[in-house]
Write a protein that binds this ligand. Structure first.
Ligand code: RTP
Ligand code: MG
Length: 148
């Protein structure tokens, strides 16, 4: 089953949007398979954003991601990688569509609340970078017989 990596950035945590972000993915119908609040090491942040290491914003991006706790998550479902990018919205919150997370809650490209893997291969790389196998739980609903 397809999986994606999402990370609520320090601004999303400090604006008390953790519940709102989780709610959007839960109610959409995707399955949560991993979740942790963590302070990010410089080494992990630099590896995660390795693709941007020559860009002028790389240093400030790593400074920001390591500045305060983030919430790292893995979500599962058919098409979840592309769907999550749609739910998150465009990189710049000022041009992100209303109804997306960034479009509804953000105003700054450097404070755009949440990261989502941009392709299936990227998701696989990011999931193994952020989570160990033991931290990910494959599960299916068992409540059919006791929920009325
Ligand atoms: P992310 O990787 O965080 O999910 O965001 P994204 O795919 O939408 O955007 P990406 O191009 O991968 O950029 C990574 C993060 O770098 C910051 N950024 N700042 N011009 C700028 O100042 C600039 N461009 C990008 C953003 O915080 C972006 O999320
Ligand atoms: Mg990206």
């Amino acid at each position: 089953m397809e999986r994606t990596f999402l990370m609520i950035k320090p601004d999303g945590v400090q604006r008390n949007l953790v519940g709102e972000v989780v709610r959007r993915f839960e109610t959409k119908g995707f399955t949560l398979v991993g979740l942790k609040l963590m302070k990010v090491s410089r080494e992990l942040a630099e590896k995660h954003y390795d693709v941007h290491k020559e860009r002028p914003f790389f240093g400030s991006l790593v400074d920001f991601i390591t500045s305060a706790p983030v919430v790292a998550m893995v979500w599962e479902g058919d098409g979840v990688v592309a769907a999550a990018r749609k739910i998150i919205g465009a990189t710049n919150p000022l041009t992100a569509e209303p109804g997306t997370i960034r479009g509804d809650y953000g105003v700054s490209i450097g404070r755009n609340l949440i990261h989502g893997s941009d392709a299936i291969e990227t998701a696989q790389r990011e999931i193994s970078l952020w989570f160990s196998d033991e931290e990910l739980v494959s599960w299916e609903p068992t409540m059919k017989s006791w929920l009325y």
